[in-house]
Design a protein around this ligand. Structure first.
Ligand SMILES: [Mg+2]
Ligand SMILES: [Zn+2]
Length: 254
């Protein structure tokens, strides 16, 4: 599923402008990291797995199609059963390797977009590369505290999944690989092909594609023109992206 390594995209993440992720080569011992494999744990993550933080109550809301509206007919675009978001630069301001919850600031429209999705009964999730953990710049606890703060400010998403590995690890979860998207979908009990992934760089939409999901690029000042050009779908801002998805989920047109 993960296919060959994607050298053409390995340079994408570190070249996204101001808040670049500073992928400095680092002699990280990749010892034991399972190439191409995504292992998952629930709450107490070992260090070498994609980490899932399931925020849903045991009796969560039913799938959106049970919410009273007729289920949209599957189209060649597929129906929409969940919306997954990149975190940094998409939902919150991109503060590289941020471990400080007080520096979490939602981007304009993020809260409203999520309010709309919640009101529509569409599950939401976050799929986030957090290589700062693997680089030794952040702890898993740091990331969780930042996620907690973001989750509170954004009104609560259903699932948070993040990759703690450095790029050199060759894991299956770091975007543009599909692992995070696949795992988030699994946790939400939806098919990856029924998910839309919204992000601000090419790796986000490439991860979506690799998982069989749809990607929507919402460019920001740090997004490269080439990334915008290559994206299958773009939207000018987060709220517009979500409104279009909701219109489609309701069987209408954007
Ligand atoms: Mg981002
Ligand atoms: Zn990973």
């Amino acid at each position: 599923m993960t296919g060959a390594p994607a050298p053409s995209v390995s340079g994408v993440i570190p070249t996204t402008g101001r808040a670049r992720r500073a992928d400095r080569p680092r002699a990280l011992a990749a010892a034991g990291l399972p190439t191409g494999e995504v292992a998952v744990v629930d709450d107490r993550p070992p260090e070498r797995v994609a980490v899932v933080d399931d925020r849903r109550q045991p009796t969560g809301p039913p799938p959106p199609e049970a919410a009273g509206e007729p289920r949209p007919r599957p189209s060649r675009h597929g129906r929409v059963a969940a919306v997954l978001f990149d975190r940094d630069g998409t939902l919150v301001e991109d503060v590289p390797y941020n471990g400080d919850p007080t520096r979490v600031h939602p981007l304009p429209g993020a809260r409203q977009a999520l309010d709309l999705l919640r009101a529509a009964g569409l599950p939401t999730g976050v799929v986030s590369n957090q290589s700062g953990i693997g680089r030794g710049l952040l702890t898993d606890t740091d990331v969780r505290r930042v996620n907690d703060r973001a989750n509170a400010l954004l009104g609560g998403l259903d699932i948070w999944v993040y990759c703690p590995h450095p790029p050199e690890a060759g894991c299956g979860c770091r975007k543009p690989r599909p692992g995070l998207v696949v795992e988030a979908a699994r946790r939400l009990s939806v098919a990856p092909s029924d998910c839309v992934v919204i992000g601000d760089i090419a790796a986000d939409v490439q991860a979506a594609r690799a998982a069989g999901a749809r990607g929507v690029l919402v460019p920001n000042a740090a997004t490269l023109p080439a990334e915008v050009e290559a994206a299958p779908t773009t939207a000018p801002d987060l709220l517009t992206a979500v409104r279009r998805i909701l219109a489609e989920a309701r069987g209408g047109h954007p």
